[in-house]
Design a protein around this ligand. Structure first.
Ligand SMILES: Cc1cc2nc3c(=O)[nH]c(=O)nc-3n(C[C@H](O)[C@H](O)[C@H](O)COP(=O)(O)OP(=O)(O)OC[C@H]3O[C@@H](n4cnc5c(N)ncnc54)[C@H](O)[C@@H]3O)c2cc1C
Length: 503
């Protein structure tokens, strides 16, 4: 690997080695940058950020099967026959707004929606392949059916995307250093960014550049920042992704006057295996996730429910529900299924439950006993739920599974507003879950050009941000698979502007 010298002056230094950073570098070279430096804090064996862990699903506006087949030429005849419904900009925008409590920068959200299709097309033009999301299809009675609203997935999931991007960076001759962290932004007397102070294995040095792009994630892997911004007990949660996103880019930028923006007390956190290894193992990918609670009930160790398992499509609720596990005694909860539910979750296209640890019993009483849950309360919780089931509250899932899909249980607290079918077919199964943080919502304020803004909403010359370092994209909810899409959109924007602004 070449050594960085004092004489080097880069067109752009890109901080981060995740999907956003690498796409930013590809874009910068595309618009004419000759000297690009990528800094990846992680060792090579842990490169690729959280993107590596993903299923690789992208939320993208599209017009249905015909266009999807054009974007994903490997789509089989059988997949084409499934007939994917179009996903319109209005639907994406409305999914984006749901659960965000009217908060959020609507014009920024609109940009993510409107640019989603173009971003994917740009990635395809650059040689990245997509395929019909294996994470969004399942076989029911021998027939392939589309589950949920997502259809576009990168080939080989997150690991495939990361490996492909690293190969491209190498082939394009873009300079990249592992185990090299950005520690401080360098400025001149006017406040213009002049480079970065970096820390490698053996040396700390200053490196000059005309612009810097921060694409180094949020602060989900810093227990102290989690406790500081997210609040009590967040230092104790489990982490789903890599261990290197410790808020460095946010702190460095705020040190030079950048404006913090968005929901700093909010994050994406889901139910994951209570015994998930920490730090998370890359080979596990999303295996520790436990997202299909919609087919069962979730209870705490007192035997009480605390979320509406059927409020909406899983991709619209899963990122909000993890935080509730953190609030339960011992930070633990149990997802409970009867044999019907358990068969379904194990047949779902994601392998959340396949091979996961569970407790099995012939009766609810026995299950409670084995889990040290209050027996009487758990039996009553299940009975109350079964008795409360009534017609209404249609969610798509049960339709093709041959289950009653138009049932709800509204008279219990919390209600189960959709997908309610009786939990009464033994044996019963319980999966112990806790709260796993995915990423943080607070970040830097940026313009639509990706420029980092100061406290007066003016760009800090030479400083740009992309991906999860950007604040204001999500507030109290996250429509699943928007992170990779937003990363690609910002990469395309900042990769160009960081170069063109300095020509
Ligand atoms: C288990 C899991 C599953 C997910 N599934 C999906 C999905 O299917 N679809 C979807 O859209 N999103 C998904 N996400 C979210 C998705 O991973 C993120 O939205 C996306 O990866 C963000 O990209 P990024 O490039 O901004 O950050 P990251 O991919 O996290 O990259 C940040 C990079 O910055 C580096 N870094 C940090 N600090 C420094 C420093 N000081 N100097 C140099 N480098 C530094 C890190 O090492 C890392 O390489 C998932 C996340 C997880 C954890």
């Amino acid at each position: 690997m070449q050594k960085i010298t004092k004489e080097d002056n880069y067109d752009v230094i890109i901080v981060g080695g995740g999907n956003t950073a690498l796409l930013t570098a590809i874009r910068a070279q595309e618009v004419g940058a000759e000297k690009i430096l990528i800094l990846e804090k992680a060792p090579k064996t842990e490169r690729g950020g959280n993107g590596y862990f993903t299923t690789g699903l992208y939320r993208v506006v599209h017009s249905g099967t015909k266009e999807l087949a054009e974007l994903m030429p490997t789509m089989t005849e059988e997949e084409r026959e499934m007939e994917f419904a179009p996903y319109t900009a209005d639907e994406f925008f409305s999914d984006y707004m749901i659960g965000n409590d009217g908060l959020g920068d609507e014009s920024m959200m609109q940009m993510i929606v409107e640019e989603s299709n173009a971003a994917i097309r740009w990635m395809i033009k650059n040689g990245i392949e997509f395929e019909t999301g294996s994470g969004s299809m399942m076989r029911v009675g021998g027939k392939l059916v589309h589950v949920g609203r997502l259809a576009v997935q990168c080939k080989g999931a997150g690991a495939g995307l990361s490996d492909t991007l690293y190969k491209m960076i190498e082939k394009k001759g873009i300079e990249l250093h592992y185990e090299t962290a950005a520690r401080k932004l360098l400025t001149d007397d006017t406040g213009r960014i002049m480079g970065v102070k970096i820390q490698g294995n053996k040396a700390v040095q200053e490196v000059k550049s005309k612009s810097v792009v921060l694409a180094c994630g949020g602060f989900e892997s810093s227990p102290s920042m989690r406790a500081q911004y997210l609040g009590k007990d967040w230092d104790l949660c489990l982490v789903r992704g890599g261990r290197h996103n410790t808020g460095d880019g946010l702190n460095m930028a705020m040190d030079v006057g950048a404006q913090p923006y968005g929901n700093w007390s909010g994050c994406h956190a889901i139910f994951i295996d209570a015994e998930s290894p920490q730090p998370a193992r890359r080979e596990d990918g999303e295996k520790t996730s436990k997202r299909i609670y919609i087919f069962g009930l979730v209870v705490n160790s007192r035997g009480e429910r605390f979320v509406d398992e059927g409020e909406d499509d899983i991709t619209m609720t899963y990122s909000r529900y993890g935080q509730h596990a953190l609030k339960q005694a011992g930070r633990i909860a149990f997802q409970i299924f009867d044999s019907t539910g358990n068969d379904i979750i194990n047949a779902m296209p994601v392998d959340d439950y396949v091979g996961a640890p569970y407790t099995k019993a012939d009766t609810i009483t026995e299950l409670a006993d084995m889990l040290a849950i209050d027996e009487e309360t758990l039996v009553k919780t299940v009975e109350d739920y079964n008795n409360a089931i009534e017609p209404g509250g249609s969610l798509e899932y049960h339709k093709f599974l041959g289950l009653p899909h138009d049932q709800q249980a509204l008279s219990i607290t919390p209600p189960k507003s959709g997908n309610a079918f009786a939990l009464n077919k033994p044996p019963y199964y319980a999966y112990a879950v806790s709260c796993g943080i995915t990423f943080t919502y607070g970040g830097l304020k940026v313009s639509k050009r990706g420029e980092v803004l100061n406290q007066l909403d003016k760009p800090i010359p030479g400083l740009y941000a992309a991906g999860e370092t950007v604040g204001g994209l999500f507030y109290t909810n996250y429509p699943g698979a928007t992170g990779l899409t937003a990363g690609a959109i910002f990469a395309k924007i900042v990769g160009a502007n960081a170069i063109e602004d300095n020509k």
